[in-house]
Design a protein around this ligand. Structure first.
Ligand code: PEP
Length: 252
């Protein structure tokens, strides 16, 4: 099996003023720079308005990403931000299809796919989020929902280099609740099998699949030890240097 370098990614959502955000990013970047031979990649995704100062603050030591992007290059889309703008600001990743975007902004799989296509066409990496709601889980549809989202949201041009999948059960995001490790292992294995069906086994074996949903220092080691879990997408616990660093340390 191809070895996959874990990625620990922080999604700040709509949090942090400039001084808090730059201090947080610089704090993580300094610790990462001091780590000897780190065995994982680290990414912070601040609100778009803070991408530029955060890129300055991390001094190239860790990666910076955006939380969303419009699929178009430019044009009449008031309030939106394009992938070329994100790239120009120095970011290298874009989260697309986060459940909060799918819910709050009614984003469909087709829109998420178009966004991911824009991200990869500009040489950035798309983190494509998938995951079931609580009702879908209760109805036994978790794997079916993830498979449909993969088929609908992942571009045909996706490779192990330009796409990362984040499996985030919607009911686990920001709630403190997590699936059992067996459930996470089962869904990640099913996600990898579906990627293999869509893009081939080699691509699937190399593609990173992150787990997201109430990852914290106390549960990270157990989750990160699972065979098909290649890192984490972290919301709340990415907002404090000590907590985010403790999660990073489980893969370091
Ligand atoms: C997220 O927003 O992607 C997330 C996983 O949030 P939290 O870690 O707070 O559950």
């Amino acid at each position: 099996m191809m070895s996959r370098r874990p990625l620990i990614a922080g999604n700040w959502k709509m949090n942090c003023l400039k001084s808090d955000g730059t201090a947080l990013a610089a704090g993580i970047a300094e610790k990462y720079a001091a780590a000897v031979n780190p065995k994982c990649d680290v990414l912070v995704c601040p609100p778009a308005i803070w991408i530029l100062p955060v890129v300055d603050a991390v001094k190239g030591r860790i990666a910076v990403g955006a939380e969303d992007a419009h699929a178009a290059e430019s044009g009449a889309h008031t309030g939106d931000i394009s992938v070329p703008m994100i790239k120009d600001a120095g970011a290298s990743f874009v989260i697309v299809g986060h459940s909060e975007r799918r819910t709050d902004h009614h984003e469909t799989d087709a829109e998420v796919k178009a966004k991911a296509e824009a991200v990869i066409s500009h040489g950035l990496t798309a983190i494509i989020c998938i995951g079931e709601t609580e009702a879908e889980r209760d109805a036994g549809k978790t794997i079916e929902v993830c498979r449909t989202q993969i088929q609908g949201s992942v571009p045909d041009k996706a490779t192990a280099e330009n796409v990362v999948i984040a499996y985030e059960p919607v009911w686990a995001i920001g709630t403190g609740r997590t699936p059992t490790t067996q459930d996470v292992a089962d869904v990640h294995a099913a996600v990898r099998a579906e990627i293999a069906a869509k893009l081939g086994k080699e691509t699937a074996d190399g593609m990173r699949i992150l787990y997201g949903g109430s990852v914290k220092p106390s549960n990270a080691a157990e989750l990160m030890a699972l065979a098909d879990v290649d890192g984490a997408l972290v919301g709340g616990a990415s907002l404090k240097v000590a907590d985010f660093w403790a999660i990073i340390e489980t893969c370091l």
